[in-house]
Design a protein around this ligand. Structure first.
Ligand SMILES: NC(=O)c1ccc[n+]([C@@H]2O[C@H](COP(=O)([O-])OP(=O)(O)OC[C@H]3O[C@@H](n4cnc5c(N)ncnc54)[C@H](O)[C@@H]3O)[C@@H](O)[C@H]2O)c1
Ligand SMILES: O=C(O)C[C@H](O)C(=O)O
Length: 352
């Protein structure tokens, strides 16, 4: 007698779709500031599966201010015109409640960018109030386990404001973007050694997404035909690692603004996709990435600030890589960035 399974196999010869897995339920992804530079770059990346995977349908929620409604509608039209099979719906709105409704992932880019000659913390007065207001929308309207990535600057301090004003959201669900700096660090090492960037891993960004961040290549490795080799050994130039490498990564955002007259967009959008993809789908075995997370006191970093640490991710949860050796040089740099974050926190609270 033919079992139902073998009958299905035989029928599938003629109708292959019968054996396809259940289609995945669409994930709702919010992008704020979606009419802006990064927003324009990231929505297509998300809708093409670069953030959540090539088999994951998405519904895009896009929020921007009322004055940008026409531009936002233009982005919506282009998404339709791109005929993207994974895109199952688009909500374009200037209403925060509608934008946050039921979202599973929130990429918060809305805010003002710095211009040539400014530091990111010069944006505190303009941008932190946005995050106080969006905290309310997040906890009232987002899906219960919504994962949040803050991109807008000052990213660490905006994330802190969001956490403080959305107490119902677990702190571990709120993160900020330092993956762009992490990717820049990998890129600088790859250029220096003339190797493929995909063969370099485990650089670390410690601290604030600002010019006090500490890009650290002392634990990074390169995959070579002799096996995995320490970057330190291959570069064999401690001065370069402590000076030029550090300052190039710290100042890369400013260098892009000087060249483009606008801040990094394509690389920021790409890094935001990397951040969420690794958080949700997991980091490859033996690889860590940098994420701005609420400090639990690891490595002597004070609690109460969002600080960039090396993390690994599994099953949708990040954990800080423990047990790395911190020498005196690293300690000084890490502490300086923590001090700046505490200062930013008190300035931000003055505006709230
Ligand atoms: N963390 C990082 O690595 C990183 C990298 C690049 C840029 N950034 C930051 O990201 C932010 C956006 O950069 P951009 O180049 O896209 O700027 P942009 O000016 O091109 O776009 C920002 C958009 O946000 C919108 N906006 C402002 N207030 C809003 C609000 N309350 N709600 C919703 N939308 C709002 C604006 O109307 C605009 O369309 C800036 O703060 C920039 O400094 C961070
Ligand atoms: O530098 C900026 O102000 C934008 C962004 O934070 C970046 O690092 O490129």
């Amino acid at each position: 007698m033919m079992t139902s399974n073998s009958l299905l196999q035989r029928l599938a010869k003629w109708c292959p779709w019968l054996l396809r897995d259940e289609p995945k339920k669409p994930v709702k992804v919010l992008v704020t500031g979606a009419a802006g530079q990064i927003g324009y770059a990231i929505v297509a990346m998300i809708a093409r599966g670069l953030m959540l995977g090539a088999d994951q349908p998405v519904v895009l929620h896009m929020l921007d201010l009322p004055f940008a409604a026409d531009a936002l509608n233009g982005v919506r039209m282009e998404l339709i015109d791109a005929a993207l099979p994974l895109l199952r719906g688009v909500v374009a709105t200037s209403d925060e409640a509608k934008a946050f409704e039921g979202v599973n992932v929130a990429i918060l880019i809305g805010g003002w960018p710095r211009k040539d000659g400014m530091e990111r913390k010069d944006l505190i007065s303009k941008n932190v109030t946005i995050y106080k207001s969006q905290a309310t929308a997040l906890q009232q309207h987002a899906a219960p386990n919504c994962k949040v990535l803050v991109v807008a600057n000052p990213a660490n301090t905006n994330a802190l404001v969001l956490k403080e004003f959305a107490p119902a959201i677990p702190a571990k669900n709120i993160t900020c973007l330092t993956r762009l700096d992490h990717n820049r660090a990998l890129g600088q090492v790859a250029e220096k050694l003339n190797v493929h960037v995909g063969d370099v891993k485990n650089a670390i960004i410690w601290g604030n997404h600002s010019s006090t961040q500490f890009p650290d290549a002392s634990h990074a490795t390169v995959c070579t035909d002799r096996g995995e080799m320490p970057v330190r050994e291959l570069v064999a130039d401690e001065k370069w690692l402590r000076e030029e490498f550090v300052s190039t990564v710290q100042q890369r955002g400013a260098a892009v603004i000087k060249a483009r007259k606008q801040s990094s967009s394509l690389s920021a959008a790409s890094a935001a996709c990397d951040h969420i993809r690794d958080w949700i789908l997991g980091t490859p075995k033996g690889t860590w990435v940098s994420m701005g997370v609420y400090s639990d006191g690891s490595y002597g970093v004070p609690e109460g600030v969002f600080y960039s640490f090396p993390v690994t991710c599994e099953k949708g949860e990040w954990s800080i890589v423990q047990g790395l050796q911190i020498d005196g040089f690293a300690r000084t740099k890490m502490d300086a960035s923590a001090t700046e974050l505490k200062e930013e926190k008190s300035i931000a609270y003055g505006f709230l």
